[in-house]
Design a protein around this ligand. Structure first.
Ligand code: GLC
Length: 736
């Protein structure tokens, strides 16, 4: 082509770009202007149907995580550009086949593959509530990193994690997926998990998009019943439930997921106050929002939408992508043509979705995550298993130990009692479908692998948890040096749709512990579950009790590491354990009262069985010489708390030193105390160290009902200790 013709061609293309792309919406949801340009250019070529196709997500049903729709035409719909994403499809080869179908569509826009990578992938890590007990953000971040490496090698672009819903109600089964009851700590964990999943570069082939869920306040359902209504003051929301969501947005999370529940009378999937005003407005969130499974359509049974058309209209500005309700694909184009939904709303949602697809690089290489060789080489590696074992041992909370532990390594035989001690499936915990079961190390296996004579007796049926052959268990105990018994709930009895009206572990299981104790052998009770449980009688009959949650692939090895003292337990409870179910919801950071001495029941006091932040070590630690860097501050200033920690025990160990703040008088009622800083410190036996915990300025402010964060003059008591119920007053700081 002659130069002059070439010049004309370049000018014509440039003119087109200015005229046509110039009048298209100017999305700027990426920090990369080149991506914003590409998004605008692609958007300008799309038909309304193709745009709505990007907002449509189906499940591939490889795992069942919601009410499935039998649809034999999914591939055809993908080839027509009627889907933007699939979830629950795993594996380099399987995702490749679906991606090939997407590339046959008119514009060849690649699919996003999402999956619940909640705590590990093929290598399973402890359930998130267990990981949270570690109070070890680096270990938590690493766990998410390991999961991202394995998942991205198996074709996964996007995880529906971290779940950051604050909850104080163990009746609600999904507490297992979160970081417990504290907003300050929950916010730190949210950011750590996002960093682990997303790394520093979403385009890298070993990072995956994260998803903050469930927006919002899903962890506060009335009566602790999943999917139930949520109603609270905006002040309560801003101060207690909001911080982890906000931390996720600030950490650069790629996506959010709406919650099933209504929030202050409006279902979250259509709640413009939450999503449009707060998330996308005030917080300036640039990612996209996916609905939870079917939640757009569920606005009909909520009584908030009349039909799918109405639901599509009401969700259009709050849910950019429709997971499995099919309201968008069936009705949204009609609503736009009827003028009920502006096409600019559709353009905004699609721009957000396309931006992420460009940012993770699947336009440049749609198959970059579908690499079978990488999948084979990076899955279930020794390094990842070691990380899982390390995370697991750091998650075990020692609740009682009357010198029964650590075990003497010279014992010859161990009675391993309880079917849960031998269940590979349960060791993984819930929300671990992709987890490899075969490679799970149970408690029984770990003792056998260490060469001990294991006298195993199931004691109760794994299916029913009802007693089977107690005499066999007693005989095993009599023939052993020590007894390790597991009690609790099935792994699938915490999680979505698994609310409980009774948290007490069954009498039969607790009676089994009592029978074992009568043999006179030392009894170590392992409590296995995904939530705070109640086990008073078992505790009274045990020499030692540990909360082992569900610890994943390396559960048995981690438990033996702790029982034999190869690792000195250091975890702390991220949720209060009630003494009785009737105390739920219960938390350490409750509001005060005009009659504090009356805050009890007539049939029991209001004290928990175990407090938030509680956990024993094989060492003993003393916190000394604590003082604050100042006695007076102005709004916006922080405080440093200096202290000396002494390991006065006989073994090396770690202590989680916690600092709580009490706002003594304020224009709204405030809690007794709030965790505002902590440090996990490792010390050799007999060693002491001087440390400082920084309290950020925000430790001395709060949100008003209008969502403004304010500081008020007044006094603040600052406490330090190793549990929320074991504190000393450091000093009182005055804000001038
Ligand atoms: C489920 C859960 C949500 C999950 C989604 C996809 O119903 O509520 O947490 O990410 O569906 O599996």
């Amino acid at each position: 082509m002659k130069p002059i013709q070439n010049l004309f061609r370049i000018c014509a293309v440039a003119l087109f770009a200015v005229l046509f792309v110039g009048c298209a919406p100017k999305p700027n949801y990426s920090d990369n202007p080149e991506i914003n340009r590409k998004v605008a250019e692609l958007l300008s070529k799309m038909t309304l149907e193709e745009k709505i196709g990007q907002m449509n997500q189906y499940s591939g049903n490889e795992f069942t995580t919601g009410p499935q729709t039998d649809d034999t035409t999914v591939i055809k719909q993908i080839e027509k550009g009627q889907l933007g994403s699939m979830l629950n499809i795993v594996g380099a080869e399987k995702t490749r086949s679906y991606q090939e179908a997407a590339l046959k569509s008119r514009l060849g826009i690649p699919l996003l593959f999402g999956l619940d990578v909640i705590h590990g992938f093929r290598t399973t890590f402890p359930i998130p509530l267990g990981e949270a007990a570690s109070f070890d953000l680096a270990a938590i971040e690493n766990g998410a990193r390991c999961a991202a490496v394995e998942a991205s090698a198996a074709g996964v672009h996007w995880t529906f994690a971290p779940m950051v819903d604050i909850s104080r109600d163990a009746r609600w089964g999904r507490v297992m997926e979160g970081a417990g009851e504290d907003p300050y700590y929950g916010a730190l964990v949210a950011a750590a998990r996002i960093k682990g999943f997303q790394g520093n570069d979403l385009e890298a082939d070993n990072t995956i998009m994260a998803c903050i869920k469930h927006f919002a306040a899903y962890g506060a359902p009335t009566a602790g019943i999943d999917y139930n209504t949520v109603d609270m003051s905006w002040g309560e929301f801003y101060n207690y439930y909001m911080p982890p969501y906000k931390a996720g947005a600030e950490a650069g999370v790629a996506t959010f997921m709406n919650a099933f529940n209504d929030f202050n009378n409006v279902p979250c999937s259509g709640n413009t106050e939450l999503v449009v005003d707060l998330l996308k407005g005030k917080w300036g969130f640039k990612g996209f929002v996916v609905s939870d499974w079917g939640s757009i359509g569920e606005m009909i049974p909520h009584g908030y939408a009349a039909d799918k058309y109405d639901a599509a209209v009401k969700a259009s500005s709050t849910s950019d992508m429709d997971m499995e309700s099919r309201c968008y694909i069936e009705e949204l184009a009609n609503a736009v043509r009827d003028g009920k939904v502006k096409e600019s709303v559709i353009d905004d949602a699609v721009a957000r979705i396309l931006t992420k697809k460009f940012e993770i690089g699947i336009f440049d290489d749609p198959f970059k995550y579908c690499n079978k060789e990488r999948e084979d080489n990076l899955t279930l590696t020794a390094q990842t298993k070691n990380s899982a074992r390390d995370m697991a041992k750091r998650s075990i909370v020692m609740l009682k130990n009357d010198n029964t532990l650590p075990l003497n390594k010279n014992i010859k035989s161990v009675a391993v009692i309880g079917a849960l001690n031998d269940s590979k499936f349960d060791m993984k915990g819930n929300w671990a479908w992709p987890g490899d079961v075969e490679s799970v190390v149970t408690v029984r296996k770990a003792f056998e692998d260490r060469g001990y004579k294991v006298n195993y007796a199931e004691g109760y049926s794994l299916e029913t948890l009802k007693p089977t052959n107690v005499n066999e268990a007693i005989a095993a105990a009599r023939n052993s040096d020590v007894v390790v018994v597991a009690i609790g709930e099935r792994a699938m009895h915490s999680g979505e749709a698994y609310s409980k009206v009774e948290l007490t572990i069954s009498d039969e299981q607790q009676n089994l512990v009592a029978q074992l104790a009568k043999t006179g052998k030392p009894v170590i009770t392992l409590v296995m579950g995904g939530r705070p449980l109640i086990f008073k009688e078992a505790t009274e009959n045990s020499g030692a009790v540990a909360m082992t949650w569900w610890l994943g692939s390396e559960a048995g090895n981690a438990i033996c590491d702790v029982l034999f003292g190869d690792y000195n337990p250091s975890a702390k409870l991220p949720m209060t354990f009630p003494k009785r179910t009737g105390q739920s919801p219960i938390c350490y950071n409750a509001k005060r009262s005009g009659r504090p001495s009356m805050l009890h029941y007539i049939d029991d006091d209001a004290k928990p069985a175990y407090a938030f932040g509680y956990g024993l070590s094989y060492s003993t630690f003393e916190i000394k010489d604590s003082k604050t860097s100042t006695q007076t501050i102005k709004g916006g200033e922080g405080v440093e708390v200096a202290f000396t920690l002494l390991n006065s025990g006989k073994v090396d160990g770690e202590e989680v030193v916690q600092v709580y703040v009490c706002d003594k008088v304020s224009s709204v009622t405030r809690p007794w105390k709030e965790l505002k800083g902590y440090a996990k410190i490792e010390l050799k036996a007999g060693q002491s160290s001087s440390s400082t915990i920084k309290l950020a300025p925000e430790a001395f402010g709060f949100y008003t009902n209008d969502g403004d964060f304010i500081y008020e003059k007044g006094e603040f008591d600052i406490f330090i200790g190793n549990s929320s119920d074991n504190l000393i007053l450091v000093s009182t700081v005055t804000m001038k």
